[in-house]
Design a protein around this ligand. Sequence first.
Ligand code: NDP
Length: 433
Amino acid sequence: CQKDTEQKEFLQALKEFFDTITPVLAQHPQLIEENILERLIEPERIYQFRVPWTDDQGKVQVNRGFRVQYNATIGPYKGGLRFHPSVNQSIMKFLGFEQTFKNCLTGLPIGGGKGGSDFDPKGKSDREVMRFCQSFMTELQKYIGPDQDVPAGDIGVGSREIGYLFGQYKKINSYQAGVITGKPIPMGGSLGRTEATGYGLVYFANEMLKEANQSFKGQRVVVSGSGNVAIYAIKKVHELGGTVIACSDSNGYIFDKNGIDVATLKQVKEVERKRLTAYLEKNPKATYHEGNVWQLEANFTIALPCATQNEIDEVAAKHILAKGVFAVVEGANMPSDLAAIACYHEAGILYGPSKAANAGGVAVSALEMSQNNLRLSWTLEEVDEKLKEIMKTIFLTCRNTAKAYGVAGNYLSGANIASFLKIAEAMVAQGVV
Ligand code: NDP
């Protein structure tokens, strides 16, 4: 049973947010009067439930399920499901809080939520994953709906899990395509959703680089993780002329100075569902190292953390700065801890915060909801074009808001202030509810 009474991750997310919001509050006295901050730090509701399932040996297993319906001021709750042994209420709340502001930045009408379980899909058979998903959805379906709360994937929840979850929802209710996003294409998924978070991250990073008269061309890039976000971030960096020299999993990292081969990575991770070490069987020139990729000895210039929260602490931040990094753009949620962010600011490097830079996934999820409502599908090119446009708009929002509030170049402040003001004003307009 995990000790989450300290709410460590949730409090960290609040502190990062409030440090940037407090200076602007004086300019909006009505929001202070309306006690908006106190209202925002309380999720609208949290469901916690038992998830019993039977393993392949016929033994009954029990996991804990969560759904945090954080804030529905500007639309139905929207946010992914995470299946990972570390999941607890604090992690769910921090993710729901971040999601609320991220979703607002997309400019689309979606509120914020998050959910998941401490179930670990690693090492489980397909049938075990299916039985777990069916049990999880049997409870979750009571609280969700296309206009109420729309889950999607996150760590440990990819198209296999979404397929099983959707199947069970449909069996209990009826066919409602818009109840979950990230669906496989034949069951109403959107083209481009699988790629969206990774591609969107690189589109956002590219806007930041352009603003600083830089580009991905010739850059040596390190991406942490080797899951959904990481794979498509690597692919897009290569398309834009950069070279990703390392990526990781929770045990270690591979270093390939000629660039990670995306086809091999996809085969190992998406098709064979193996550990990263299997990459070496197909690319013997690469090397494998135990430990955190942010300890890499080689020099590089851009860091794209795409694994998990708090993967970069102060020591790691100082290390990567010493290696020549001039831009950190976050694909994972809250991958840099507060001390690491302070190091970036002190060094004056470019910093793209997760709630802005990784919003491409949820943006395309919202496009999936639109397509489901309209009962049509857009082409990959159409979706990608819309994604590019959305990421550019998010970047401009962060840039222009930071300038307007006297913190030009601080995209973290820009993202937090812009999304906070929009949600806070809408909450005030809706009254005390
Ligand atoms: P995946 O499950 O596809 O991949 C996660 C990757 O991160 C794996 O390589 C995994 O390694 C690694 N990882 C997970 N936990 C840890 C840990 N505690 N320490 C070190 N490495 C770890 O997840 P996604 O790619 O979907 O998600 C990655 C991040 O991006 C998360 O922070 C998620 O919240 C965020 N995100 C995802 C979106 C999406 O659309 N999928 C949207 C927006 C944000 P291993 O296999 O060894 O566990």
